[in-house]
Design a protein around this ligand. Sequence first.
Ligand code: CA
Length: 229
Amino acid sequence: MRILVVEDEIKIADALKKGLEAEGYQVKTALSGEEGYFCLTTEEEYDLMLLDLMLPGRDGIEILRTIRKKGVLTPILLLTGRDTVEDRVLGLDSGADDYLVKPFAFPELLARIRLLLRRGQQEPQHLLKLADLEINLLVHRATRSEQILDLTAKEFDLLVYLLRHQGHVVSREMLAQDVWQSRERSTPLDNVIDVNIARLRRKVDGPFEAKLIRTMRGVGFCLGEAVNG
Ligand code: CA
């Protein structure tokens, strides 16, 4: 498995290279976005790219957009120094597959890399999956245990969003902005969000033993498999 690390801080780039090589990955580092772009698009194939958001010259987002515009589908994990909704959304919307906020724990980086590599190997791009829950974006169909879920357009969008952020907490603010395209949060909108989540939960989790949509009290929601049974 080959990983391309694009990071302008030499110390961090070297530490990542060392750590990842110790795990058996082949690692190449690039110290600028331009160099990273060049490596990714001209050299032999990489299985994954670790891309720092804050780079001199063309930043990570610009590089990301250019790469995706070119049709390169290599999984990209974005490393961001700022944990704001805007950054995360911008990163994902620009074509990143996942993100990690600095400073991060190395084992978490490894876990996310493994997840992306697995996904890249097994899943075609139009399928979003978690356990027995699956969305096929090509035919606009959501299923759980191969049973079709009868979702409204909004519930479908909501589930797509939750699946794309699986394992991460999604706040009402993120949902308001990204799924409802509302710049401002309001109590009525929060209520609409809660009603939609409740309906989605009935359809996605109601008939099944394993519950996938979790409420994180005071924070938001998280789609994932229960950790402790
Ligand atoms: Ca940087």
